[in-house]
Ligand binder design. Sequence first.
Ligand SMILES: Nc1ncnc2c1ncn2[C@@H]1O[C@H](COP(=O)(O)OP(=O)(O)OP(=O)(O)O)[C@@H](O)[C@H]1O
Length: 278
Amino acid sequence: MREEKPILELEDVSWRYEDRSHPALNGIHLRVRRGEVVGVTGPSGAGKTTLLLALSGLIPSNYEGEFSGTRLAEGEIGIVFQDPETQFIGLTVEEEIAFPLENRGYRDEDIDRIIPRVLERVRLSGFERRSPFDLSGGEKQRVAIASALAVSPPILILDEPTSELDPLGAREVFALLQQLKLEREMTIIVSSHATEELAQFCDRMILLGNGAITVDAPAGEFFAMTELLEASGIYVPDLISFHHGLRRQESVPVTPPLSVEEAVRWYRSLRAKEGSGV
Ligand SMILES: Nc1ncnc2c1ncn2[C@@H]1O[C@H](COP(=O)(O)OP(=O)(O)OP(=O)(O)O)[C@@H](O)[C@H]1O
């Protein structure tokens, strides 16, 4: 069977920031298929932001340094950074969303049609005239996502979109991403330390260490590597640690549950087996 053409690809990419002696990315091979949702995690300084900048093409075009390798991207990429305020240029939420559309020469009547649709999608209808700077952290992040979505890019890249948010704000952002994943089959690449959310949301997980990919696996397999993740300084969600603790029992499946719903199903089936004497 022929492998599907990737929508985004880095082939042997290395990058060193101009004033640094060591490369921030070292021989990266990464192929992302259309509709895949990829989580990127790793300790601080591992190169997550740099990897996303290279995937989006901002490295090498907007940064000074040494680049080698090749990059391929099929279609436009919407980018959302860690601190949305650094991205804001509009005085109102409406202007913030209109800006990328005006930049690409959309007609006024199309812009007027798109703005309410995009705001509805991120559940910010009625926020048109508000200043993007006077919103809660979660709302700001949703404005940044709305602005990235305005031109309907097939690929969305988010760099630590919940690092400045409280747990509810973080859940809100991941719930929105989940909705985009299901409704629009977008290709999403998201870096985060929030492994609990990544486990529930991502199809595939990448672990970065010292600018190299050390693990690239389906989310279930990735989170089954509990010891390796802990040794790499990654927070293993409690649910997965709990499963790991039980795994010594033969009847417990190797792949951990990635969400509370999955854990409940799994626990019920375990109880049923025990009841039937298996
Ligand atoms: N603009 C820059 N100029 C020079 N060096 C940089 C720059 N940005 C990042 N670096 C260096 O590149 C390496 C990777 O940084 P990067 O920000 O990609 O890591 P990260 O995994 O995203 O970290 P964190 O989790 O703390 O955000 C680090 O050693 C960092 O100091």
